[in-house]
Design a binder for this molecule. Structure first.
Ligand code: ADP
Ligand code: ADP
Length: 542
């Protein structure tokens, strides 16, 4: 609604729709009087990958506790300890019935991959191999280690691994278990696209070949689209209530989510639709040059990784997307620009002010969020700052918390806010999507874009989420080479030629959804895949 009329629009101009508000039916579970309530449950099925698409804090973990028989739902009556037969009665005739019957018949075992892999080193001391050997109930460890490419780190201590390595270790640890039901809370953070596709393939094989039930939460929509057989959309008010819809086809579920309107539920979950351009943007930024850099070289010691960067220019008010596999030198380049590393060859203009958000956001000061941001942002607390930064990054609710108490996603949003709040010519953000849920990615993306435009500043965004890059970037900087050995960065190029270079290296093509224009990964060797490769059009229609 437009906010003026509540029931029927007298101008018939606006479709009357429901904004998320707590349902009047009984929930599946309520934690206590006025406490969080969950409506609906996902329906895992043997031999199937079931996806959940939606924000954090709407009860996904609660649902998994229920499906693992660790929490008996009370159907909203928090005075009782719950009754499975009543739940089964409630869900008779639905997609969930088979699952609930097998749950009641005997033990269901569950294997989980936690969301925040960064916390694994705090919980485990020892080598990667020691951690993984404790999980190998199916006798498949060596094969899994090889498939995800973590052999080089199996004898290293867990606390020396990068985020991308920890993510793959955590996936292997979950998949090596012998369980009926696997819950994977986000597999993509810190992984590059190739690694994300390998993870997706492994999860699908567990369903197809092993007949297991796989339930995944995933915020990278291109990967969710590829991975899931069916999805549930989750919505609600994080922390207050959550609704998990009946299953939808993956295509419809993602399309409805992007359009902001769930058809069966007659529910508007967002005011604006998210739209993609089928054709590459024509206009290449013509603003003043903010940074001009010569060809650069950097290597770490004798025979270790070396990077060469082609000379380039970055212009005012543009957002430059940076793409390429892990270990190829993207962070090294960022550190060169941010003056945190010295190039071996080539010289950078030291007069450019750069505000840099590193990939791994570490917090060591005990300080409140508002005090921290107030010490950085000159216009902290003004209505402009609130609208442009605090609101889209959903900071209001966490302003009074200590930095050290924040979750991964909260810390990421504070770090993006801190980066954008500094006065700078170039805002450099390394993987801002990590730990953000799908809705927060959408909001953060538009905040970054608007900020660059309004400040005649430039933003450079390194990310592996293709949807985020598509929505953000005007031009692309493409890295290629051999990870951990040698990297090469192209000069900034147009979206179309950049995507062709990047996806050509990966041998992946995308098609467009006819309704929303959103990119979808083509099946390798499908007709479209072959035709597009032949035409050299990996991403945009000509
Ligand atoms: P998600 O997995 O979608 O992030 P969760 O299921 O973890 O969501 O949590 C949903 C809400 O339920 C949160 O607001 C959380 O604080 C609340 N919650 C979780 N467990 C309990 C509990 N044992 N008692 C009361 N509230 C809880
Ligand atoms: P990306 O950001 O593309 O993942 P990085 O720039 O972080 O890549 O790293 C590129 C390569 O350089 C990796 O193999 C990494 O292990 C190596 N590397 C990064 N920093 C150092 C360092 N200080 N000393 C030695 N090797 C490093």
């Amino acid at each position: 609604t437009c906010g003026i009329c509540v029931e029927k629009c007298p101008f018939d101009a606006i479709q009357i729709i429901n904004l998320p508000q707590e349902l009047t039916d009984d929930p599946v579970h309520r934690y206590g009087d006025n406490a969080f309530a969950l409506y609906g449950l996902p329906a895992p099925g043997e031999g199937r990958v079931t996806g959940i698409l939606g924000p954090n804090g709407i009860g996904k973990t609660t649902a998994v506790h229920i499906l693992a028989d660790e929490l008996t739902p009370n159907l909203g009556d928090s005075a009782t300890s719950g009754d499975w037969d009543a739940v089964l009665e409630e869900y008779r005739g639905t997609a969930l019935q088979d699952y609930l019957e097998s749950l009641l018949d005997g033990d269901v075992t569950v294997a989980r991959k936690p969301q925040y892999v960064d916390e694994i080193p705090d919980q485990f001391d020892g080598t990667t191999r020691a951690l993984l050997e404790g999980t190998d109930e199916r006798g498949v460890l060596d094969e899994l280690i090889e498939r995800v490419g973590i052999e080089p780190v199996v004898d290293q201590d867990i606390d020396t691994l990068s985020g991308g390595e920890l993510q793959r270790v955590a996936l292997v640890a979950a998949l090596a278990r012998d369980a009926d039901f696997y819950f994977l809370d986000e597999v993509s953070p810190y992984l590059d696209i190739g690694q994300r596709m390998t993870a997706a393939r492994l999860i699908q094989e567990m369903a197809e070949e092993e007949d297991r039930s796989m339930l995944v939460v995933e915020h990278d929509l291109a990967i969710l689209d590829l991975l899931a057989d069916v999805i549930h959309v989750g919505y609600g008010e994080p922390g207050a209530f959550g609704v998990i819809t009946d299953p939808k086809s993956v295509k419809n579920g993602i399309n409805e989510y992007l359009s902001g309107y769930l058809e069966n539920e007659n529910m508007r979950i967002r005011q604006d639709a998210i739209e993609f351009e089928e054709h590459a943007p024509r206009s290449v930024s013509t603003g003043d040059v903010v940074i001009e850099y010569p060809g650069l070289e950097k290597s770490y010691g004798e025979g270790e990784f070396s990077l060469s960067v082609e000379a380039g220019q970055i212009r005012e008010s543009e957002v430059l997307g940076v793409v390429g596999p892990n270990g190829i030198g993207k962070s090294t380049f960022a550190k060169l620009l941010a003056d945190r590393l010295e190039p071996d060859a080539g010289e950078l203009d030291a007069s450019v002010d750069i505000s840099y958000k590193p990939q791994y956001v570490e917090v060591d000061q005990p300080m409140r969020v508002d005090a921290f941001l107030g010490s950085i942002a000159e216009d902290f607390g003004t209505s402009y700052w609130n609208t442009e930064i605090a609101q889209p990054l959903q900071l209001d609710r966490i302003m009074e918390q200590q930095l050290t108490d924040l979750s991964g996603g909260e810390r990421q949003r504070v770090a993006i806010a801190a980066c954008l709040s500094r006065d700078a010519d170039l805002y450099l953000l390394d993987e801002p999507s990590a730990h953000l849920d799908v809705e927060q990615r959408v909001l953060a993306t538009s905040a970054i874009r608007r900020y660059a435009e309004n400040h005649d500043a430039t933003a450079m965004v390194i990310d592996h989420d293709i949807y985020m890059i598509d929505l953000l970037a005007d031009r692309l900087l493409v890295f290629d080479g051999e990870p951990a050995v040698a990297g090469h960065a192209s000069t900034p190029q147009s979206m179309r030629s950049g995507m062709n270079d990047f996806l050509g290296n990966l041998d992946i093509t995308f098609r467009r959804d006819e309704r929303t224009g959103r990119p979808r990964i083509n099946k390798p060797e499908s007709r479209l895949d072959r035709e597009q490769k032949q035409a050299g059009e990996y991403y945009y229609a000509p």
